[in-house]
Design a protein around this ligand. Structure first.
Ligand SMILES: Nc1ncnc2c1ncn2[C@@H]1O[C@H](COP(=O)(O)OP(=O)(O)OP(=O)(O)O)[C@@H](O)[C@H]1O
Length: 305
């Protein structure tokens, strides 16, 4: 393994439960700085994978390799704490457990995670969102090289999500962050690398841009400056379909033509030619569904058994 920039090498990890579910032969690596997101539908195997990487469970086979001395912290989706402790005591205890001088002091971690005002409150009255913030604060003071966050924003309101995103944007510069999330817009903002699991298998991985390009069957709406007659849309559709046989071409209205190409590569060469052959001048061209949700649906849709 090239240890220079790699914090984590997940090597053919398999864990199968007696009911046949689990994870199978997962292999990927994560860099020392940056965010690797693991995404997948419910039951895909994200939590099983994370607990193995964190050393809380053992795989049936395969291994997780990290440089010697790597410190790992794992934060479950809704962490549990002793209910009689205050938020500050929880984070201070966590800092004590780290046994090392952390680069983030407890009070700073509480502030970063938006808990300064409630640091003296007992966690018994904390909401799920506040517990998620507290879980992250407790993990940060451990100063981990690998920070594993299982759905860190599942219980957060939009302000909470923005707060945590800002914390992770800063923390990604210092450590390897491994996170899972069903909020793909958050993943798209944060992740340098995305690993897609489905039914326990790795079905795709790469940068967000690579995933979007690979999974895409890109579609454009082409709006014309003037409306066509019914006869014009019919003959134009026929002519374009015979000139561009691999594209799906359909007039949605008398002034909007929808075109879908099998790949971006093909669209790069064919879309300008197709626009030049339309029977009226162009008003605008807009790319449809260019987000991770759409790519994810296509990746998962294409692998469901
Ligand atoms: N202790 C266990 N015993 C039996 N099956 C288990 C156990 N833990 C997990 N599984 C199964 O392994 C599969 C993966 O579960 P996991 O919790 O990792 O999914 P996930 O991707 O985290 O899902 P979600 O998005 O719903 O949190 C599921 O089918 C689950 O039922």
């Amino acid at each position: 393994m090239n240890t220079n920039n790699v914090a984590l090498q997940v090597d053919r990890i398999t864990r199968i439960f007696s009911n046949g579910t689990g994870i199978r032969g997962l292999t990927f690596q994560a860099n020392s700085q940056g965010v690797t997101a693991v995404i997948g539908p419910n039951g895909a195997g994200k939590t099983v994978l994370f607990t193995i990487i964190a050393g809380l469970a053992s795989p049936d086979s395969g291994q997780v390799v990290s440089p010697p001395g790597t410190r790992t912290a794992y934060c479950p989706d809704v962490p549990e704490f002793e209910s009689w402790l205050t938020a500050r005591e929880v984070v201070e205890n966590s800092a004590l457990m780290s046994g090392a001088r952390s680069s983030i002091a407890p009070r700073e971690a509480l502030r970063l995670c938006g808990l300064k005002k409630v640091e003296a409150r007992r966690v018994a009255d904390f909401s799920r969102g506040m517990l998620q913030r507290l879980g992250l604060a407790s993990a940060l003071v451990l100063d981990p090289d690998v920070l594993i966050l299982d759905e860190p924003n599942s219980a957060l309101d939009p302000i909470g999500r923005a707060d945590i995103r800002a914390v992770l944007e800063e923390q990604r510069k210092h450590r390897c962050i491994l996170l899972s999330s069903h909020l793909l817009s958050e993943v798209e903002h944060l992740a340098d690398q995305v690993v897609v699991l489905n039914e326990g298998r790795l079905v795709s991985s790469g940068t967000t841009a690579q995933l979007l390009t690979r999974a895409a069957s890109p579609t454009w709406n082409i709006r014309l400056t003037s409306a066509l007659t019914t006869e014009q849309t019919r003959t134009s559709e026929e002519a374009l379909r015979s000139r561009f046989p691999t594209a799906h071409i359909r007039f949605l209205t008398d002034a909007i033509c929808r075109v879908q190409f099998p790949s971006f590569v093909q669209a790069d060469t064919e879309l300008p030619r197709l626009i030049a052959e339309l029977p009226a001048p162009l008003f605008e061209v807009s790319l449809q569904d260019r987000d991770l949700d759409a790519a994810f649906a296509r990746i998962i849709g294409g692998t469901r058994s």
